[in-house]
Design a protein around this ligand. Sequence first.
Ligand code: NAD
Ligand code: UD1
Length: 337
Amino acid sequence: MKTILVTGGAGYIGSHTLILLIEAGYNVVVFDNFSNSSIESVRRVEKIVDRAIEVVEGDIRSREDLDRVFKRYKIDAVIHFAGLKAVGESVSEPIKYYENNVYGTINLCKVMSENGCKSIVFSSSATVYGNPASNPIREDFPTGATNPYGRSKLFIEEILRDIFISDNSWRIVILRYFNPVGAYKSGVIGEDPADIPNNLMPFISQTAIGKREYLSVFGDDYDTHDGTGVRDYIHVMDLADGHVKALDKIDSFNRVMTINLGTGKGYSVLDMVKAFERASGVKIPYKIAPRRAGDIATCYADPSYAREILGWEAKRGIEEMCEDSWRWQSNNPNGYR
Ligand code: NAD
Ligand code: UD1
């Protein structure tokens, strides 16, 4: 049985992935500094899978913290979710983002290598495509980020490729996520933004339960079917499944694999509002607001490479994404608090 170190395992995507990893027969060790999460998510996953989960509180920027884990457990591979992800904050505090995301990843790779563990699945983002010339987006499209968060992902991707060039016994999978939404079916775990949400789905669901008065729709004059921004929303459990499939195959990869995880379908802000209203039975008040700086009109994946290489495809549609987000939000109006 392989043991997987899950950095950022208490976070939104990490906690959902734990369930499928355990169901697939992997041993997991969670490594998290809880800067954007709480132990409660892992405790709830323990109830779902009916088993105790090893948790180490530590920081990827600390060699000592990481070394402690690698000495204590025989880690076969790492899924590296740990990172900061707020775009606006990355613009005002770039050093924090480069230190946490880039330096933290370098540190992790160094300690992995010293301990003979050279398999890593890394959380990248569709944000590395910048403003794509066309859609759907293939993995070989040009990259170019527009903010420090996106650049931290691009730098890490390049660093991982250089590590492989220097030592091709590494096994590296870079997963570029489109827009993760939704929650585990039972509604006991989900996305729990610490502050005012940045992303659309948590904003819609907080508006639905009355925590926010209305949703601001950022721009209705884009060149899209209804003028609002179009994105590729992907259910977090489909995303989690992509990680398990990547791990199952990782030993067979002899080059760095860079793979989109998206559905291939684009939905507008207003499409999502309507889908959420149908799923929840609640009216979502909204107002049209100016465009948000740095936003693009349309972004959706060509997911065919993931199908070819991993045998993976997204199965859940936007109705299920909205139903599951709503169940989590309405059962847990204050998240894990
Ligand atoms: P999240 O904030 O819920 O989870 C990240 C976890 O990493 C948190 O539990 C946090 O406490 C932990 N962490 C942060 N810095 C750390 C450090 N220095 N040491 C140890 N732990 C640390 O975010 P998420 O949505 O689950 O995202 C997971 C990964 O996927 C991130 O790398 C993110 O950039 C990437 N990603 C997310 C999205 C999205 O929309 N959610 C999209 C594309 C890519
Ligand atoms: C944002 C980030 C991106 C990150 C991604 C997933 C920016 C500029 N980009 O992308 O780097 O990888 O999240 O974490 O922040 N919207 C509203 N009202 C809201 C919130 C969003 O109308 O209150 C619209 C946006 O304009 C966009 C769509 O909803 O058209 C989706 O927004 P969001 O969930 O923030 O995702 P991205 O814009 O794709």
